[in-house]
Design a protein. Sequence first.
Lengths: 458, 98
Amino acid sequence: MENLLSLFYILAAASFILAIKWMNSPATARRGVLVGELGMLLAVVGTLLRFEVVQYEWIFIAFFIGSAIGVPIAYLMPMTAVPQRTALSHAFGALASALIGTAEYYKQTSHGFIMTALIIEMLLGFLTFTASMMAFGKLQEVLPTRPITYRGQNIVNLGIFLAAVAFGVGLIFRPEQTWMFPIFATLSLGFGVLLIVPIGGADMPTVIALLNSYAGLSACAMGFALDNKLLIIAGALDGSSGFILSIIMCRAMNRSFTNVLFGAFGQLQTTAGHATARPVRSASPEEAAEILSSSRSVIMIPGYGMAVAQAQHKLRELSDALTKRGIDVRFAIHPVAGRMPGHMNVLLAEADVPYDKLVEMDDINSEFPATDVALVIGANDVVNPAAKTDKNSPIAGMPILDAHRAHTVMVIKRSMSPGFSGIDNELYYMANTLMLFGDAKTFVASIVKELASVGKAG
Amino acid sequence: MKSYEFGLWVFMLSAFLGFELIRRVSPLLHTPLMSLTNAISAIAVVGAILITGAKDATPLSRTLGFLAVVTSTTNLVSGYLITDRMLRMFKKREPGKK
């Protein structure tokens, strides 16, 4: 029986690996989810059948409650709230890890390697729990989204982290000194909160990916503590996934990890925030519709502003209307557009934009010079030419979408206020740029309406 | 070989496997990827079940284990379902439409 159950675990691990492998293309991704579910089923059944497990009622009650919370979240959560849900699920996962670690610690006093694994599990679990809750609060805008910085912040944070580690090490050597445990837990929880305080909205994609990694590593450490290889494998997969995603996000901003976590943006904001009033050219929906309908190729550049205005459906209508006239329409996706990796893709897919129209930055940048219109919707820093031209700009060196090289640039924007980084955007003052002032959704809707009436007349 | 040493080997190999697999995932699917790996890391439910269902569980460990089963089941269920919901939305251009 015992051998059969380890077979369950091995099959489960293989399913998880296949599940991630099949995520490499939209054609096979759903199969990946299915095989992942099967793997999880095998793991859960395989665990329930183990001889150590004798008490079932609480487990089944918990399954029931968990499903009762999980199913509505999965089906009712609007797609624009996906970053929040992701942060929340990191918090839940990390909390589970931390609670299991705590239970293990109080159940039997472990020593040496197992105690070390438990401490790592709990340290990462506790800090990821509070950090993810803070990220959730910021994404949901319950908490102020602007980064909050103060003098000596990094020293305070580092001090608290080192203190947490010190008590953790203390517990590894003297596990029977239980008085240290609550201090260790509180410091870890507190560090999680302080870690996110200086993080602004633009850095959220990196931070969410990093928290994903921590939650995975915490599960992995649990695998060492419980001597369970399946947990080690699944945790390592999750940990490396989050880690790679955060590296990709950092690269897309030309920043290092330390730079994101220790908040250079927050400090620069105060110095770069003053935009002088310079003349810009603006246009009405009628004029915009005319320019669009007489173009041959259009590239749309969505940003977080599109998500806020919920403009993705109207944008698809616009794209359809233009496509019908034989105009080539594509969407250029910057890796850090939005609040989490891949955020724009999900929103546009929700609006029924076929995914072969969503093009990555590196693939589309060479095509801007041959493009008639670049339409920017709610994006700012990711199209700021200052990243290339101004060495002193806070975003210097960040890879951008070359919207400024298109023949005409149109920017839908609520007002002239600067973006998250607080940096003025040269793009707005260029001779070939037209500013379309207004709410993204309403503005796109009036362009669509205008196109329809022009279509009838012609 | 000691058990933890074997565990470290497993960790090392699966971390590299993870790197290679994730690198191949299209940026198009980064959001579903994150929710999928999140659902997979709900494998913590295994540890939670072992704690909650153990014969010698203390009231404290059973309560903590119970909460851990609840939170990881929530993640597991919502993680897989929402990943599938997102992936259903990714469609290719319909034939006939240019």
